[in-house]
Design a protein around this ligand. Structure first.
Ligand SMILES: [Zn+2]
Length: 254
């Protein structure tokens, strides 16, 4: 099911909890929730995240580790062995954890308008058709819980002034996901970037993800998958849905 405008969230949970209703989010002007059984999707593992970015200008060392351990001591108050266990692994490579998080949050060092800056102009007779990239992997951090969520993004757009280099799609997804983020806003921001910086006529974005902040709450929720969509411009119309589905299906079949 697609949407004509704004976002759709589908929260899929195991069949044992079918029938559970989830209240709509304040973020969405129009949201629909459908709950159906699902099997665990191996495709949603956080693979292919790309190389860690080096940040030689930042010195993560024993001093910064001390601040990290102070935070760990706060959240593990009453369990002194927790900070001790962590500290014992930092001595051989100070700053390791901070550098890892720096890479996972490196979207803040990338500007979407820079990612989409170099583009190819469409031929003078125009481009007639849709362009899609499917199953672009991402890993992000829930802005509510500081816990990761990860999954895949599908992008379908109708070119306007420019045709976007295919390699820009994963970079744009990485730019917007490697931040403190909400899955609802992830698709909205990518859609707006495509309209604002790539001058697309229309765009449809879909994401599917597993959230640690949902999965840790019980074994039955380990396979919950959340889906968000967002459409703008010429693709924000119900009559375009068959084209969008066909474009996504064509990419999925390759
Ligand atoms: Zn969360």
């Amino acid at each position: 099911m697609l949407v004509g405008s704004w976002s759709l969230i589908i929260c899929r949970v195991p069949s044992t909890t079918t029938g559970t209703k989830i209240s709509s989010s304040m973020l969405l002007r129009r949201a629909t929730f459908a709950i159906t059984p699902m099997k665990y999707d191996e495709d949603l593992l956080p693979f292919a995240m790309g190389p860690d970015l080096a940040h030689p200008e930042l010195a993560f060392n024993q001093e910064t580790d001390a601040k990290l351990l102070a935070w760990v001591e706060t959240v593990t108050s009453g369990w002194p062995e927790a900070a001790h266990d962590l500290a014992s692994t930092l001595t051989d490579n100070p700053g390791r954890i901070s550098r890892a998080f720096r890479g996972l949050l490196s979207g803040y060092s990338v500007r979407p308008e820079e990612v989409l800056k170099i583009t190819m102009e469409t031929p003078h007779d125009g481009h007639h058709g849709l362009v899609s990239s499917d199953k672009v992997p991402f890993l992000s951090f829930c802005a509510h819980h500081f816990l990761p969520f990860f999954g895949l993004v599908d992008i379908v757009y109708e070119p306007g002034t420019y045709i976007i280099g295919i390699g820009k799609m994963p970079r744009l997804v990485s730019c917007r996901s490697r931040r403190f983020q909400l899955q609802e806003l992830l698709v909205k921001q990518i859609a707006e970037d495509m309209m604002d910086h790539a001058k697309a006529k229309g765009v449809y974005i879909r994401s599917a993800a597993h959230h640690m902040c949902v999965c840790y709450r019980g074994p039955d929720f380990a396979s919950v998958k959340n889906v968000t969509t967002y459409s703008l411009g010429s693709l924000d119309h119900p009559e375009r849905e068959p084209e969008i589905v066909a474009a996504m299906q064509a990419a999925a079949d390759e």
